[in-house]
Design a protein around this ligand. Sequence first.
Ligand SMILES: *[C@@H]1O[C@H](CO)[C@@H](O)[C@H](O)[C@H]1NC(C)=O
Ligand SMILES: *[C@@H]1O[C@H](CO)[C@@H](O)[C@H](O)[C@H]1NC(C)=O
Ligand SMILES: *[C@@H]1O[C@H](CO)[C@@H](O)[C@H](O)[C@H]1NC(C)=O
Ligand SMILES: *[C@@H]1O[C@H](CO)[C@@H](O)[C@H](O)[C@H]1NC(C)=O
Ligand SMILES: *[C@@H]1O[C@H](CO)[C@@H](O)[C@H](O)[C@H]1NC(C)=O
Length: 551
Amino acid sequence: MTAVLLLNLALLLNFCYPVGAQGGALVRIQPERAAVAYGGSIVFNCSASCKDLTKIGLETKEMMESKGNGTTWAAFQLVNVSEWDSTPKCYAHCNETTTPQSATLTVYRAPELIVLDPLPEMEVGKEYNLTCRVTSVAPRRNLAVTFLKGETILYQKTFREHSAREPGDVVVTHSITAQQSKNGEEFSCQAALDLRPEGQLFEKASRNQSLMAVVFSVDPHLNTLHDILEISTEMDVECEVAGVFPAKEARFDLTFAGERLNVSVNVWNDTATAQAQASSSSVGKHELNCTVSLGPIIRTATKTVAVYSLPDPILHVDPQAVLVNETVTFTCNSSGTGSPGIKMQIRDSKGTFASAINSSLQVLRTAQEEDDGGEFTCKVELMVDGHPVPVVKETSAKLTVFYGPRMNDTSCPSSLDWSEGNEETFFCSAWGNPMPTIECRKQTVLYKLGTPQRITRDQDGLYRCNASNELGSDVRYVTIRVEFTQPNTLLIGLLCLGAVAIACVAGVAYRMYYNAHKIRKYVLKQKQQAAGHPMEQKSLNGNTQTETDDC
Ligand SMILES: *[C@@H]1O[C@H](CO)[C@@H](O)[C@H](O)[C@H]1NC(C)=O
Ligand SMILES: *[C@@H]1O[C@H](CO)[C@@H](O)[C@H](O)[C@H]1NC(C)=O
Ligand SMILES: *[C@@H]1O[C@H](CO)[C@@H](O)[C@H](O)[C@H]1NC(C)=O
Ligand SMILES: *[C@@H]1O[C@H](CO)[C@@H](O)[C@H](O)[C@H]1NC(C)=O
Ligand SMILES: *[C@@H]1O[C@H](CO)[C@@H](O)[C@H](O)[C@H]1NC(C)=O
């Protein structure tokens, strides 16, 4: 009872006075301050100054082993230090009062894992946090975390006021402003556990992270050739972003009607362009969407594309070959969607002859000659929502009309004036279906049509041209006049005139004579002949035959 009280008193005194300041034996622990790694080992030497020492020892919760002893000392090794809050204490028993002495032991765990969070791609001008994580380090009050840019210190944080001895994780952040000029700079963080002077300085650095500052200030631009698209057809789509940095980092995501499109991206300076093909198998308004992401920035462009269905119309001409003036039925159908905006027309070469606000149309028509071989077109027009001009589809069909031969002044001129000796071609043609055959004859002589021929005067005359096919025939008369010249034309003309004049004079004279001498007529005539103008008489007679028209 007394001993305990005395010890208590001694302890009390020991607390109040510096060691060794008062009387009694001195107990020492060496080292007085030490640092040991968690799980490591350390030797403490306890010694006492009293002579009749009965016991000297080390008080600790750790496992320990003896490391030798002397008359005044004993050494102990703490093995596998596993208490974070460990205070080894030396005590001694002798006939003097002793005061146990404790050492300040720092149990540490050096930083092993230090990570600088990957830097996001940053938008120029904005602030971003650098985050450094140090895992399981103790004691944290000895820790300093430093952010570095290259080898330059940006910021340092210490934890001196941290009281916990157990290991813990540390997260430190530091904000920086993204600048394009900082691109490519290396950032890292470093953890330093400084246990000096009793221990060492442990340092560990993170991996470097390079900064990527991006510029992306304008929305992407979506280009399509049209704002409408025929069902199940493909349309080129282009999405472009300009003024971006770094353009090659731009990521495109194009969708049409909710479906992702396959894109190919081209980069040119600060512009990136994605190209794709859009198509859809469902009619309606679909959204085309282009989302571009560059680092932290996401920008989107959208456009509405109306998908329509308008198959080619089907045009039936019944019958396809017909006799002139018979009836032909034209039927046109479009199997497209029964959109309200559909319009149908059937046209011939001259224009529209039937139309309907419908997707089917039937019309009757009397076949005309001019319809033969003609192309008939059925045209459907569809107004697609929001598109200013209609979509048009056309189909054509041909009609054959059979009719008899036809000729007119253009195909077969009614008169031709040629000169003898020239080369001329006699053209006379007819039209009809089937193609007529044509023959031109002067009496029974057939003229070779369409080939150049040297003109002779005997080609002069009236020709009968007959065109015929299975459906009938047509006739046209062609007068060919051949003008011919002779070296003695003038002479003949003069002779003719002279003969005519003589004949007239003779006639008049004869008349007068006849009237006056009616009874002697016969006799006189005979006398005249005997008097002798046989040449004149002959020439007169000869000319009378050819120059009938002139006289
Ligand atoms: C312990 O300390 C005493 C006295 O200071 C000294 O003589 C002795 O050699 C030491 N023992 C060891 C193992 O260091
Ligand atoms: C050290 O101590 C820890 C925890 O008490 C234990 O798990 C480990 O096995 C010990 N190591 C040795 C070598 O004794
Ligand atoms: C990080 O970069 C700096 C400067 O660029 C260099 O000095 C340092 O060694 C690098 N650190 C690592 C862990 O690569
Ligand atoms: C996208 O493109 C790749 C390669 O060009 C091709 O193999 C793939 O089938 C395409 N995917 C689609 C949905 O078109
Ligand atoms: C003759 O018929 C053709 C074809 O029908 C026409 O082009 C031409 O003008 C007609 N000529 C005359 C003189 O009527």
